[in-house]
Structures are given as C-alpha cells and as structure tokens.
Design a protein around this ligand. Structure first.
Ligand code: C2E
Ligand code: MG
Ligand code: MG
Ligand code: MG
Length: 283
C-alpha cells in the first residue's frame, strides 16, 4: 500500500514537473515571436507628489498580451526572457516606447517631470547601454532630464565598479537614476554614497504593514532620513491605503506610488486619467 502511494506521489510530481517544463518551453518559443508581433505592452503607473497630490511622473511596466494565455505579468516572463537572452531586447523596447509616449504626454501639455523605466542588471552591463539610451532619447526627441532609469538595489550591488562609470555617463547626459526595491538588497552605505543616484524607492515590503507595524515605520523613517541627507528624493511604492499615505506624508516622503492612486494601466486608460487629472490646469 505504502509503495503504491509512493509511486503515485512520484508520478504526480513528475507530471507536475513535466507540465511546468512544457509551459516554460512553450513560453520561450512564444516570446521570440511576441516582440515581433507587438504582443508586449507597456503599462504605466502614476507617481504622486505626496504634498500636492499631483501626478508628477509615471513608471513604465511591461506586460505580455499572450494570444492564448491572456495578460502575463513581468514576474512570469522576464525570468524566461533572461534565460533565453531576450531580457536586453525587451528592456530596449520598453525604453523606446516609454520615451515616445512621454514625448506625446509632454506635447499634450501635461506637466510631468519624467517617465521611469526599469533596467535589468544585464542591460546595465552591456557596453552599448549609453548609446542605446541616447538613441531612444533622440528617436523620441526627448530631453534626457525627462527620463529616469530604475535599477534594483540587489542588481546594482552585484555589479562591479565598472557599472559606476556607466551610471556616471548616464547621469552626465542628464538622465535621472533611481534605486528600486531599496531595503531588500544589502547596500553598503559606502557604496551607496558613491552611486550617482537621484532617487530611492522604498520597497513595498516596508509599506505593506504600515501604519500598524512599529518596525516598518521605523525603517521607513530611517530610509527617508538617509535619502534626505544624501540629497535624494524618496518614493514609497505599494501605497494601498489612505492611512499609509497619511503616515508617509507626515514622515516627509516626497513621492508615492501604489494602487491607492492608480494601478498600472494601458496607454489609453492612463492617458484618459491624466487628461482628467490635469483638466483644470489645461483649460
Ligand atoms: P517594480 O519596478 O518594483 O515595480 C513595482 C511593482 O509593484 C509593479 O509590479 C506594480 O504593478 C506593483 N505595484 C504597484 N503598486 C502596488 C500596490 O499598491 N500594491 C501591490 N501589491 N503592488 C503594487 P509589476 O508590474 O508586476 O512588475 C514587477 C517587476 O517586474 C517590477 O517591479 C520590475 O522589477 C520588473 N519589471 C517590470 N517591467 C520591466 C521592464 O520593462 N524591464 C525590467 N528589466 N524589469 C521590469
Ligand atoms: Mg521599478
Ligand atoms: Mg520596486
Ligand atoms: Mg519590486
């Protein structure tokens, strides 16, 4: 009997593994086509000035509109993309699209400071990243100051010191730089001090349990103080409730991003949101 069960369990797990492997393989094959067929879509989520309540920037977040599987989130296909060497072209595509879109919003008169684009460690390591960013900006006729590049803390800390030269070059062009998911990596404060960054984004993990968690309040307050003393602007991600907003605002956090204000939306929806948001001042 036990042997029988054991065999069934084994059969169950092999089946599950096979299914997962099959899914990965089919996603890999589809992903090659996805870029060509324009199935990748860039969604945008607003960033709000916590003091005035105005939208000041937007973050570009990629999704995959799969013909059979529907909308696939980045956490599910970016690892696959990385595995098959497609992460760099995807970053490049999102960067191009985001620059073109930002140009349109500025042309429409929306008073936005910048569009934030996520950049993977692999893209940062590439020798041609600086010229690619220049190309994307030139292609959209977008001044560099309207672009912010987000690098996660853990990826930035994995890089050797050569990446600081790349970051210096990008910053030298006028591009803004931001450290994403701050607090989840293992930053040395010495290294942080040397990084030419403009913005720290407090990871959603510290925001989630506010205002109830005394520990997370203390950590958020400390990150805000650290950023301020390094002359960086602070963005809190994942704000979902008014109580979180109120507390972070009281802590003098500059900018908020999260479902409380808006989920990431497709271009049409977010453009309608911006039109409505800015309608009073555009008249
Ligand atoms: P991220 O850059 O930290 O982006 C924030 C994530 O938090 C987004 O998930 C966003 O939808 C989600 N989020 C925002 N507000 C809330 C909230 O109030 N509550 C909750 N629960 N979640 C919230 P998303 O869009 O699924 O993206 C996940 C990650 O995928 C991003 O994390 C980023 O690291 C990566 N990613 C997305 N687009 C790109 C891209 O074009 N290139 C690269 N390299 N990575 C990307
Ligand atoms: Mg980000
Ligand atoms: Mg983040
Ligand atoms: Mg994140």
């Amino acid at each position: 009997q036990a042997k029988q069960n054991g065999r069934n369990t084994y059969a169950f797990y092999t089946q599950a593994l096979t299914n997962n492997a099959r899914l990965q393989m089919s996603l890999q094959a589809d992903l090659h086509r996805a870029i060509k067929l324009h199935q990748l879509q860039v969604f945008y989520q607003p960033q709000i000035d916590m003091h005035s309540g105005r939208v000041i920037a937007l973050e570009a977040l990629v999704r995959w509109q799969h013909p059979q599987r529907g909308l696939i989130p980045p956490a599910e296909f970016l690892p696959v993309a990385q595995h098959v060497g497609l992460l760099i072209p995807i970053d490049e595509y999102v960067l191009q699209q985001a620059c073109l879109q930002m140009r349109q919003w500025l042309d429409a008169g929306y008073p936005l400071t910048c569009v934030a684009v996520n950049m993977s460690g692999s893209t940062l390591e590439r020798g041609d990243v600086v010229s690619n960013v220049k190309k994307a900006l030139a292609g959209a006729n977008l001044p560099a100051a309207h672009l912010e590049l987000e690098l996660t803390e853990s990826e930035i800390m994995q890089q050797d010191d050569r990446c600081i030269d790349t970051l210096d070059a990008l910053r030298g062009m006028g591009v803004r730089l931001s450290i994403d998911d701050f607090g989840t990596g293992y930053s040395s404060l010495l290294r942080l001090k040397r990084l030419p960054v403009d913005t720290l984004k407090i990871d959603r993990g510290f925001i989630n349990d506010l205002p109830g968690s005394a520990n997370d309040s203390a950590i958020s307050r400390a990150i805000i103080a650290l950023g301020q003393s390094l002359q960086m602007s602070i963005v809190a991600e994942g704000i979902e409730t008014q109580a979180q907003h109120d507390l972070l605002r009281e802590m003098k956090c500059d900018v908020g991003q999260g479902y409380l204000y808006s989920k990431p939306q497709d271009v049409t929806t977010i453009t309608a949101y911006l039109l409505d948001h800015f309608s009073a001042e555009l008249k």
